[in-house]
Design a protein around this ligand. Structure first.
Ligand SMILES: [Zn+2]
Length: 347
């Protein structure tokens, strides 16, 4: 019987003050860290980079980047080539982590991720979204060797980024339903392990939030969110595609990215679209809507600053953004779409 090998990070620590314990963690995990390159952003994450540099033993070199563009990639690559570190550490949001992961992969160095926001489920992924000569591309890389999330740092991140992380996690409910529909209608194979992980990641978080009625900045809420997003990433690594965590709601978000001059945060777009795709499937969304209102998550397109006509265009354009992905949008009429919009968003 054949088994499979999945590449995922070796370790994951999430706690208060975990960055200040980085030495202990690296020693415990037997990670060679005598020479490190620390990459951060230029604003708040620069101070986190300083904290990492103060907390870690051995020699280190720093580079601060602003974007995930070609110039920033060259800067990071140059520092790694000159300093020859045994470990490359990225601390920041998605862009900083993406270019650090990409450069470390290109130069064959292990990469440690220290996210400063929890805005999406890409933290543990073996993919980097960076700018190339051909535009923005998703490039296959190695996953991070480990992930350290410091809740004291996450607590200082903008509330919109925490909401975006929640939206990306909640969208798993919709993605799993689409995966099952694809299995039923076009015979797509479901990876049961990935499906269970994806579902448990969001159910665990929702149960915590509903049972405890806790605030978004509560330590355990944030730990539960970090754990959920990391589990989602592992589900995608297991499946070898984004399928367990990306269905029709993600296609609508991709269409919005193309229609809007300035797209809204990914997690907010997919969380909002989940209300609609769930309604299309005749699911009861009252619990979800009540939760959105309680945590101030946008529950209509207008709430997120998107005109309803643009949102409708995005729904119609959505299937074309990824033709190989069968979803509920392949099965419904324009009339059903309009009715679901009315129920989902009260319009
Ligand atoms: Zn997503």
């Amino acid at each position: 019987m054949l088994t499979r090998t999945v590449r995922i990070p070796r370790f994951f620590y999430v706690n208060k003050g975990s960055i200040t314990k980085i030495n202990e963690i690296l020693n415990l995990e037997k990670v060679e860290s005598t020479r490190t390159v620390i990459v951060s952003g230029k604003n708040f994450t620069k101070s986190v980079g300083d904290l990492v540099q103060r907390s870690i033993e051995g020699d280190s070199s720093r580079v601060d980047v602003e974007n995930n563009d070609i110039q920033s990639i060259k800067e990071v690559e140059n520092v790694i080539k000159i300093f020859e570190p045994s470990l490359v550490i990225g601390t920041g949001g998605g862009k900083v982590l993406d270019i650090t992961k990409f450069c470390a992969y290109k130069l064959n160095k292990p990469f440690l991720a220290l996210p400063t926001v929890l805005s999406n489920d890409g933290i543990s992924s073996p993919v980097s979204v960076v700018q190339t000569e051909h535009g923005v591309s998703s490039i296959g890389t190695n996953p991070p060797i480990g992930i350290i999330v410091d809740i004291d740092i996450i607590r200082k991140s903008p509330k919109s980024t925490i909401l975006a992380g929640i939206g990306d996690l909640i969208s798993n409910f919709s993605a799993i339903e689409d995966w099952n529909l694809a299995s039923k209608h076009v015979g797509e194979k479901i990876d049961k392990f990935a499906e269970i992980l994806s579902r448990n990641s969001v159910e665990g978080f929702m149960q915590y939030l509903i049972r405890n009625g806790s605030s978004l900045l509560d330590e355990h809420t944030l730990i539960s969110l970090a754990e959920g997003l990391i589990q989602s990433g592992i589900a995608m690594s297991l499946a070898g595609s984004s399928r367990p965590c990306s269905g029709s709601e993600h296609l609508i978000s991709h269409a919005l990215d193309k229609l809007l001059n300035h797209a809204k945060p990914h997690g907010l777009q997919v969380g909002l679209a989940t209300l609609f795709t769930h309604t299309l499937r005749k699911r009861d969304i009252s619990d979800l809507t009540a939760l959105y209102r309680r945590i101030d998550f946008p529950d209509t397109p207008e709430d997120l600053g998107i005109q309803m006509s643009t949102f409708m265009d995005a729904i119609r354009n959505a299937p074309a953004t990824r033709k190989d992905r069968f979803t509920i949008l392949n099965l419904v009429s324009d009339k059903e779409i309009k009715e679901a919009i009315k129920i989902a968003y009260g319009r």
